[in-house]
Design a protein around this ligand. Sequence first.
Ligand SMILES: [Zn+2]
Length: 106
Amino acid sequence: MTSQQVWLLDKKFREEKIEETPYCQNVTKNHSGRLTVAHIEKRRHLTVRWNKRNAVVLCLGCHRHFEDNAKEFRGWLLDNGYTKLELKELRRLASNNLRDAVYQDP
Ligand SMILES: [Zn+2]
C-alpha cells in the first residue's frame, strides 16, 4: 500500500465518518475548531485505521483535550456506547502487526 493510497483512504474515511455524525460527539463540553476524526487505537495500526468503531467525531478542541487526557477519553468512551470488551477487542485488532508488512511512512 502506497502513502498515496493511505492518504486517499484516510480522506474517504474522514468524510464518511463526519457525514454520518456531523457534530462533535462530546456534547457536554465547549467546542472549538473544525470537526476531526479521533482514533481510539492510533492510526499507525492499519488493522483498525479505517474501522468506524475505532473512531469518533470530535471538534479540534475536544480532540486535543482527549489526546492530552487518555484516561478521561477512555472514561468518556465507556460513557458513550463503548464497552470494556469492545475496547479490548479494538486493542487486540490493533496489535495485529500488519503495519510493518504493508506500509512504511514516506
Ligand atoms: Zn467538541
